[in-house]
Ligand binder design. Structure first.
Ligand code: CP
Ligand code: NVA
Length: 298
């Protein structure tokens, strides 16, 4: 049995095969082919934070694969009333075929996985968002081919998405330039734990130089709503605008996991412009996670 808590849970070869498979599943789906490898299987989906893309993509994936899913929120389960995570993991996993969790502390998904009898998928924690990276890597591959040897610029917060890009730099073999304000760098322990060319900057233009892919994310993540104003001031020089994109390679792509705040981390001109592939990126959450579910459960 395998879990998917970070990108490091799969080998580089497995990850590469998975994103190629995601594009195949996408073609099959678009051709109207019925493919139900998870008939009668159930995915439990625990959401302790909000979601649009993750919920819709996992639920649709399970229906299209012939199975079903159960949406569980802390508001109406015992999870929100203090039942130990170990007990919840034993019970829930005894009744379903896989569990997807979106929560705060990364240690929660690790504990759940330890006590689960079925595969556990990290659907975002404060530290990582590996499912998003599957979609991002699939999207790059579809538009530009192999990302190996390319340069990615991460502009903004050293957050969960940034940490998953750090892991992806090792697993998919690219150079990662990270530009953050002072004090908002990614966790040093996560940077140190990868074998990949990671370069830290406090200047967006330096990080973006000749990048093949420019990526950003919100300045205040879920759980940091109270810091919004302070962060707006700290991140003012880290907006991805036309100038930043002009600093990148001529055919550079722009990605954002969404939801986006136009006028904050990215201008409308960039996210709604020619180089942006954010809609493909969002759609690919469905196809990439189908490939993941097939890998873990079929
Ligand atoms: N990108 C992403 O995970 O979006 P949601 O928060 O809408 O699931
Ligand atoms: N960094 C963001 C990503 C949302 C998909 C957050 O954690 O809120």
């Amino acid at each position: 049995m395998r879990h998917f808590l970070t990108l490091k849970d799969l080998s580089p070869v497995e990850l590469h095969q998975l994103i190629i498979r995601a594009s195949e599943l996408k073609e099959m789906h678009k051709a109207g082919e019925i493919y139900q490898p998870l008939k009668n299987k159930v995915l439990a989906m625990i959401f302790e934070k909000s979601s649009t893309r993750t919920r819709v993509s996992f639920e649709s994936a399970m229906v299209q694969f012939g199975g079903g899913s159960i949406f569980l929120s802390p508001d109406d389960t015992q999870l929100g009333r203090g039942e130990p995570i170990e007990d919840s993991a034993r019970v829930i996993s005894s009744m379903v075929d896989a569990v997807m969790i979106r929560t705060f502390e990364h240690s929660k998904v690790e504990t759940f996985a330890k006590y689960s009898s079925v595969p556990v998928i990290n659907a975002l924690t404060d530290d990582y968002h590996p499912c998003q990276l599957l979609a991002d890597m699939q999207t790059y591959q579809e538009h530009r081919g192999d990302i190996r040897g390319k340069t990615v610029a991460w502009i903004g917060d050293g957050n969960n998405m940034c940490h998953s890009y750090i892991n992806a730099a090792q697993q998919f073999g690219f150079t990662l330039n990270i530009a953050t304000p002072v004090g908002y760098e990614p966790k040093a322990s996560i940077v140190k734990a990868v074998d990949a060319p990671i370069h830290l900057f406090n200047d967006a233009m330096q990080a973006a130089e000749l990048a093949d892919l420019v990526v950003t994310d919100v300045w205040a993540s879920m759980g940091q709503e109270e810091e919004q104003r302070k962060r707006e001031a700290a991140f003012a020089a880290f907006q991805v605008d036309k100038k930043v994109m002009q600093q990148a390679a001529k055919d550079a792509l722009f990605m954002h996991c969404l939801p986006a705040h136009r006028g904050e981390e990215v201008t409308a001109e960039v996210i709604d412009g020619q180089q942006s592939v954010v809609w493909d990126e969002a759609e690919n959450r469905l196809h990439a996670q189908k490939a993941l579910l097939e890998f873990l459960c079929a």
